[in-house]
Design a protein around this ligand. Structure first.
Ligand SMILES: NC(=O)c1ccc[n+]([C@@H]2O[C@H](COP(=O)([O-])OP(=O)(O)OC[C@H]3O[C@@H](n4cnc5c(N)ncnc54)[C@H](OP(=O)(O)O)[C@@H]3O)[C@@H](O)[C@H]2O)c1
Length: 349
């Protein structure tokens, strides 16, 4: 395993971290524990979760993912071997999907942040988390599949300074080690940094956004901010929900797989995404590579990536995905990727 420092911290994070959002829906507690055991044995030291997981979010299962991580920590006593990253949901107005969390009260004000964090700590059975992230912004902006920005006039959102003040007091109380954002824009990241500096508050250390061969929009504005300001990317959905393995090509519907099971996971479907995927899979085969490993090795190799948050519902997938750390893409493969990207730039933003 390789390790990288995240932001301006002393956290040496594994290049591959384990995403857990299938735990409690696609994966049972036993399966979840087996996956974490394997990942940790391979040197993975960051587990990423959220108060709203598992997905798809449902009132009946909300919090199960954190609970399963909590029972794993308790059972193994390995709290000091892993960094725990979790998230507070954002307002439900844009998504509808978190309206069951605190009866729809998930704005980023002090009251909700304190309630959310304390509930997460309880489910995780820990006294602090290593990284606490705002799952999506309190204001309306372009994320979750929205490419362009549309301005909402006179929107009432929680000022970033208020959110930072609340987070900072929880850092001072020892319940949070570091803070981060997710599904953020360059404007948002720079606001968080500048306001924190002006008020002497905790600085964000990471940004968790989607980044994969079908969606490299992070490179447009966020990559520069990420490198210059040392706010590392925790790349999510690196396989575009599994599409980049090639398993959905030609209309295939693998049994039990995410995109087969739930219509809502349509973000990486579409004609151009399918054509681009065909070409990436062909490129991998031409060079004797596993298509999933090609896609993951590309993410691992980007300078602005602190860690690549992989997901896996089966041990076999996990082995392949962690194995991507040992793959270095040749200049020829990188040129091939660039060529496909020029033909089909960001088909699934
Ligand atoms: N901040 C956010 O808003 C946000 C959003 C999404 C995700 N995340 C985080 O990022 C993590 C990873 O996201 P993701 O699950 O969307 O990542 P992904 O890599 O795009 O998709 C992972 C899924 O693809 C399939 N898969 C994985 N490896 C495979 C392989 N080698 N061959 C074939 N199929 C394979 C599995 O699903 P099936 O077995 O069902 O096919 C697996 O659950 C999440 O767990 C979560 O922690 C954060």
């Amino acid at each position: 395993m390789q390790y990288r420092k995240i932001g301006q911290t002393d956290l040496n994070v594994s290049v591959i971290s384990l995403g857990t959002m299938t735990f409690g829906e696609q994966n049972t507690e036993h399966e979840a524990h087996t996956l974490i055991d394997y990942a940790v044995a391979q040197g993975v030291n960051l587990l990423d979760t959220a108060e709203s997981y598992p997905v798809p979010p449902r009132p009946e299962t909300q919090g199960q993912t954190e609970r399963f991580i909590g029972t794993w920590l308790k059972k193994t006593g390995k709290r000091n071997e892993v960094f725990i990253a979790t998230k507070i949901a954002g307002p439900s107005r844009q998504l509808g999907h978190s309206s069951h969390i605190r009866q729809g009260e998930s704005r980023h004000n002090r009251h909700n942040i304190e309630l959310a964090l304390n509930d997460s700590l309880q489910r995780l059975q820990v006294d602090h988390v290593d990284l606490y992230q705002l799952h999506w912004p309190d204001r309306t902006t372009n994320h979750f599949g929205k490419l362009g920005y549309t301005h909402t006039e006179h929107e009432d959102f929680i000022p970033i300074a208020e959110t930072l003040l609340a987070l900072d007091s929880l850092v001072k109380a020892g319940k949070i080690r570091h803070i981060g954002v997710s599904n953020e824009t360059p404007w948002g990241v720079t606001q968080f940094i500048n306001i924190a500096e002006k008020l002497g508050l905790s600085r964000i250390v990471s940004i968790q956004n989607p980044y994969n061969l079908l969606n490299r929009t992070f490179e447009i504005g966020n990559a520069e901010v990420s490198i210059r300001e040392n706010v590392g990317l925790l790349a999510y959905s690196p396989l575009a929900f599994g599409h980049l393995s090639g398993k959905y090509l030609n209309g295939a519907q693998p049994e039990g797989a995410r995109v087969t099971r739930w219509e809502r996971f349509a973000r990486y479907k579409g004609e151009n995404a399918e054509r681009a995927t065909e070409l990436y899979v062909e490129l991998a085969h031409k060079h004797g590579l596993n298509p999933a490993q090609l896609a993951l090795a590309y993410v691992n190799s980007r300078r602005f990536v602190s860690s690549n948050i992989i997901g896996a519902t089966h041990l076999e997938q996990l082995k392949v995905n962690i194995g991507s750390v040992d793959i270095e893409l040749s200049d020829e493969v990188l040129a091939g990727i660039e060529h496909i990207h020029q033909l089909y730039p960001n088909p699934s933003p």
